[in-house]
Design a protein around this ligand. Sequence first.
Ligand SMILES: Nc1ncnc2c1ncn2[C@@H]1O[C@H](COP(=O)(O)OP(=O)(O)OP(=O)(O)O)[C@@H](O)[C@H]1O
Ligand SMILES: [Mg+2]
Length: 331
Amino acid sequence: MNLTEPLRTPIRGFDPGARFAEIRTFLQDHLVGADALIERLLVGLLADGHVLLEGAPGLAKTRAVKLLARALDLSFARIQCTPDLMPADVTGTSIWRQDRGVFEFAAGPIFHSLLLVDEINRAPPKVQSSLLEAMAERQATIAGATHALPDPFMTVATQNPIEHEGTFPLPEAQLDRFMLHVELALPDAETERRILDLVEREEQGEPAAPPAALDAEEIAAARHAAKTVFLSAAVKDYIVRLVTAPRDAKIAPELAAKIEHPSSSRGTLALAAAAKARAFLDGRDYVSPQDVSELAVDVLSHRTILGWRALAEGETPRAIIRAYLDAVAPA
Ligand SMILES: Nc1ncnc2c1ncn2[C@@H]1O[C@H](COP(=O)(O)OP(=O)(O)OP(=O)(O)O)[C@@H](O)[C@H]1O
Ligand SMILES: [Mg+2]
């Protein structure tokens, strides 16, 4: 399949829920055993959040984002991070135009609506901070002038956890800029076989039938619809109890002792927005406790910083958040 092939022109008079369902099916047809990943990418898109994908090489991270780009009628750019990357390679720079005697701004890849930042942990800290600043503020300041980024603007970054040489781990405080942190596991034998079959079919040229791409206007309408999904007082309480539990040592003392910095209010807001988007994707107009519990690990773990002792004992933030899900009841 040619991932860069353009799609048919978008349709008018659409139902945002049905259009997202179509896109979800398209992604599921081309990514085997990746339902959770697909859901997280669409949740990020709907809830105006950035997504960090973490997994070993060859787990279809790049493929997933390229497929998403294909399903969206948005400008797409990819940055392959290396230790010698410079902030201007990402944001752009002013170029002297000899013929006209003026400086002209040449926009960098950051000025695209969907940005794939491959191997973000190979980029040096200055590049990471300019990226993360753009993600948070949706603007970039270059040579003293501030430029707004396009709307929508979504970053999907990937990082490979098994590489340490020549990498710059993302600072914890900046990880907060990502709405979701998705960890990908190696597939089981049955999934592996389906991947082999799918890639073989593609190589033999079986035509893919992509749906009409979603454009910025449709995404804006779907985002609005997702925001109006009903979040009951009981589910709000559940979100708040989950996020604040690590701040209160009485709730689960053995877990709280392992955490040095629990999530801030950004985690609460992100979890509520993501849960609404998940409900919307499922065709519901209300958030269920499952929307919250399903997404809690991906929303909260990268905002939860463990103490050195817990890390030395091999604890992970993901396992701690999972344990909190058992300790905090939905209603
Ligand atoms: N779940 C899957 N569904 C479909 N194809 C898959 C799946 N997993 C792996 N593949 C195939 O494996 C190959 C590797 O995928 P891709 O390049 O996207 O991996 P990656 O996670 O970006 O790896 P890296 O970290 O090395 O960049 C692709 O040819 C892809 O088609
Ligand atoms: Mg890749």
